[in-house]
Design a protein around this ligand. Structure first.
Ligand SMILES: Cc1ncc(COP(=O)(O)O)c(C=O)c1O
Length: 384
């Protein structure tokens, strides 16, 4: 059976199908071992879990690479670890990075507080002004980084013109597509060189593991793996096993997240206590055309601005019963988070407004519950 002929649900369940062997377990066991017996005198690669070559890590990475359509992938101990190593694989001291202004708050801090220490210069671009991408390129620019769909405002960027620019100038294009998962969007198919994901989110899908992943061409991922070994960022085998199990339902979970996201956003858009809804599946969304053209589904994430500003949002959050107020997303259970107290803590009102976050804004992550129950929960929390 040829791997490239398999559908994404099949790949999510099986990865690369292996011959069935009598009396072998159907589920790959957890190899909870730091080290493996090393043949005496052998020059073969040493197996050691920090190296990322534990069978659980290898199996998981292969499955993820297949889902992204990548030559190679590697998992790391967190999404932040994946973002850091992916950039360090393509940037050297003195290099320049062009990054979208609309990125996860943790990534922004990593760039501002840590990359500066490595002598990496950064220019942030407002993605609403496309000509700024070209204007920001310098002789020393080695990479462009974007996140799409954007946390927490759920804007969607058009990769095609940015990918063309990256090719023209010979710079690497890195894309964090955590909010889409490879079921809804595969950046490598749109000209990205590396895709980064927080596997904590949709890939694992059960809010019980912290992990990240990077996928792309073998040569670059091998550099990420080299850095992972030296900076000690490998994923624990038990976590790898849990993510692999979670990924078996990725495709079917995404179908439900997509359906619930659209149902909830359509309900919220018509509600009298709602000031604004940002969901790329709605015709009112500023990036609806790009999203409809490039995404296979609009996902479960919704930017919601309730009436009554901060007090209105806090009242709403306290009244929710199914949506849990917790700073993560993309699990089977619906979550809600207030970026002013998590990813955007300490930002001024002006900075928040520039990032598209108005008073009363919260970010919903619709799980896979029955949509009518989610809507009923939101309805009672919004009631006056
Ligand atoms: C878009 C995005 N990228 C990266 C990260 C970091 O992932 P992790 O928490 O797994 O380190 C997050 C976390 O929320 C995120 O939302």
């Amino acid at each position: 059976m040829k791997a490239q002929k398999l559908g994404r649900s099949t790949v999510a369940v099986h990865g690369l199908p292996e011959p069935h062997q009598d009396n072998q377990p159907v589920v790959a066991p957890i190899m909870q071992s730091a080290t493996f017996v090393n043949p005496v005198g052998s020059d073969r690669e040493v197996l050691y879990t920090r190296y990322g070559n534990n069978p659980n890590q290898v199996r998981l990475a292969r499955k993820y690479a297949m889902l992204e359509g990548a030559e190679e992938a590697v998992f790391t101990a967190s999404g932040m670890g994946a973002t850091a190593l992916a950039h360090l694989a393509v940037l050297r001291p003195g290099d320049h990075l062009v990054a979208s202004k609309w990125i996860y708050g943790g990534t922004l801090k990593l760039f501002d507080e840590e990359f500066a220490r490595f002598g990496i210069q950064i220019t942030y671009v407002d993605p609403t002004t496309p000509r700024l991408w070209r204007k920001s390129i310098r002789k020393t620019t080695r990479a462009i980084f974007i996140e799409t769909p954007v946390n927490p405002t759920i804007r969607v960027l058009d990769l095609a013109p940015i990918a063309r620019l990256a090719k023209e100038y010979g710079v690497a294009l890195l894309v964090d597509a955590t909010f889409a998962s490879p079921i809804n969007f595969r950046p490598l198919e749109h000209g990205a060189d590396l895709v980064i994901t927080s596997a904590t989110k949709y890939l694992n899908g059960h809010s019980d593991v912290i992990a990240g992943a990077v996928a792309g061409a073998r040569a670059v991922v091998e550099e990420v793996i080299r850095l992972m070994r030296l900076w000690g960022q490998a994923l624990d085998p038990h976590a790898a096993w849990l993510i692999e199990r979670g990924m078996k339902t990725l495709s079917i979970r995404m179908e439900r997240h997509n359906r619930n996201g659209l149902a909830v956003a359509s309900f919220l858009e018509k509600h009298s206590q709602v000031a604004a809804v940002s969901y790329p599946g709605l015709a009112s969304h500023p990036d609806h055309a790009v999203a409809a053209k490039t995404l296979a589904g609009f996902g479960g994430m919704i930017g919601l601005t309730v009436k009554g500003g901060t007090a209105g949002a806090e009242r709403f959050l306290k009244r929710l019963r199914l949506f849990t107020h917790a700073p993560s997303l993309a699990g089977v259970e619906s979550l809600v988070s207030d970026p002013r107290h998590t990813s955007h803590k300490g930002w001024s009102a002006e900075q928040l407004a520039a990032a598209g976050i108005q008073p009363g804004f919260v970010r919903l992550s619709c799980g896979i519950e029955d949509p009518e129950d989610l809507i009923a929960d939101l309805e009672q929390a919004l009631a006056r």
